[in-house]
Design a protein around this ligand. Structure first.
Ligand code: GCU
Length: 402
């Protein structure tokens, strides 16, 4: 364990913003950097037996054990891959977006243990393209109107026209179709493939975040089959709870070559032990169904017993690329904790690509830090996924996928 203390550079919220959160938005939580408790962060380059990891091979060996701990203690063990997957084209319009793109709406049918599960994927591919295109997949946790295939409604949450204009494909799935985002119904979606909702859940059963990620993997199955898409250049992206799910999807499925977490906060990119903004205890209370039942033991003081922290979730994505984005008014998500997790994962990147982010180099508001495999920016404004974020993600992808 490495003791984390001392100062971190860059941004700090002003007093008025802190007060706004303390007295208005979500009182009863910590938004002061000087009240972050001292804590021991599990060392990323150490095995569970306490041995130092000094090489890429050593990391690969350790990674399997780390992934298993995240499965069993946090997100749950997701269903295996389906025995077969079928794709039905529900609609195709080669003249979408005034001729700039081809729209495809696809029904993905997965079959496992004699049961079927269906959900939809919406995607646009640029018509002006040479060869297979790289693509961004949004794991959409907001309403369907944000990813309107007819483009009657347009939303900066999924600025499809702008993504097409930059030569990328853009796709979206509705997380709710995989697992409804509420305690009462979350087991009625894809979980029916493997468990019966009347039975109590196992301690390591998958939660909704893992179910959403399973859907992202099925979307990836489709990308691999469509010759117009370059399945080796797929970015999976999510905002907030969708960002937590995207990180886990990227950990579970190494076919994603870029994993983007936007304002994912607690349970996503930010360090849980900081107890800044949202806490594991509160998240478990409000959203227990997002996680495996085992995770419920780690609220409050139990956090010190948690064998992992979120920098290790990011490290599971190495050597593929990862991008973490924060917003400077989004104290609930702990912007500094999000940056720190990225920085504390980066010793693993160093083993593979020689790149390391120093925790003292947190960008100021409206600034970004892009290396080849790691990206970060701090957007001015509140909790949201906006055109600003997408523009930075595409800048990063331009150099990664070049
Ligand atoms: C709540 C929740 C967060 C989550 C967010 C969102 O604020 O506490 O953990 O990220 O909703 O999904 O917008």
């Amino acid at each position: 364990m490495a003791m984390i203390s001392g100062s971190y550079g860059g941004w700090a919220p002003d007093e008025a913003l802190i007060e706004h959160w303390e007295t208005g938005v979500r009182p009863g939580f910590n938004y002061h950097e000087d009240r972050v408790p001292e804590y021991d962060l599990p060392e990323v380059l150490k095995t569970f037996d306490g041995e130092a990891i000094a090489s890429a091979e050593g990391w690969i060996e350790h990674r399997g054990a780390l992934l298993q701990v995240f499965r069993e203690q946090m997100f749950g063990i997701r269903a295996e891959d389906p025995e077969w997957v079928d794709f039905r084209l529900l609609e195709e319009d080669p003249e979408a977006m005034d001729g700039a793109a081809t729209l495809k709406r696809i029904l993905i049918i997965s079959s496992l243990k004699q049961r079927d599960f269906r959900f939809e994927l919406t995607l646009f591919l640029p018509n002006d393209r040479e060869g297979p295109v790289p693509l961004f997949l949004l794991m959409n946790n907001r309403g369907r109107e944000n990813t309107d295939p007819t483009r009657t409604e347009r939303s900066d949450f999924w600025p499809a026209e702008a993504v097409i204009a930059r030569g990328y494909g853009v796709a979206a799935m509705q997380n709710e179709q995989l697992a409804p985002d509420n305690e009462e119904h979350y087991r009625t979606g894809v979980m029916r493939l493997v468990d019966r909702s009347e039975k109590p859940r196992a301690a390591t059963a998958w939660g909704a975040l893992a179910a959403w990620g399973w859907g992202a993997s099925r979307a990836m199955d489709y990308f691999e089959k469509d010759p117009a898409i370059d399945a080796e250049r797929i970015a999976v992206l999510g905002h907030s709870r969708g960002g937590k799910a995207a990180l886990w999807a990227g950990a579970e499925d190494s076919r994603f070559s870029l994993v983007i977490s936007n304002n994912s906060g607690c349970g996503g990119a930010s360090i849980s032990r900081r107890k800044y903004g949202e806490t594991i205890a509160d998240m478990n209370r409000r959203f227990p169904f997002w996680f495996a039942p085992n995770f419920h033991a780690y609220g409050g003081e139990g956090i010190d017993q948690l064998p992992i922290d979120q920098h290790q979730l990011i490290a599971l994505i190495v050597p593929r690329a990862v991008y973490v984005a924060s917003a400077d008014e989004d104290l609930w998500a702990d912007p500094r904790g999000e940056f720190m997790a990225l920085a504390h994962a980066s010793p693993v990147y160093e083993l593979f690509s020689g790149e390391r982010i120093d925790p003292g180099t947190m960008p100021a508001s409206d600034e970004f830090l892009h290396s080849r495999y790691q990206g970060y920016h701090l957007r001015p404004g509140d909790h949201n996924l906006t055109r600003y974020d997408w523009d930075r993600f595409m800048d990063f992808a331009d150099q990664l996928f070049r």
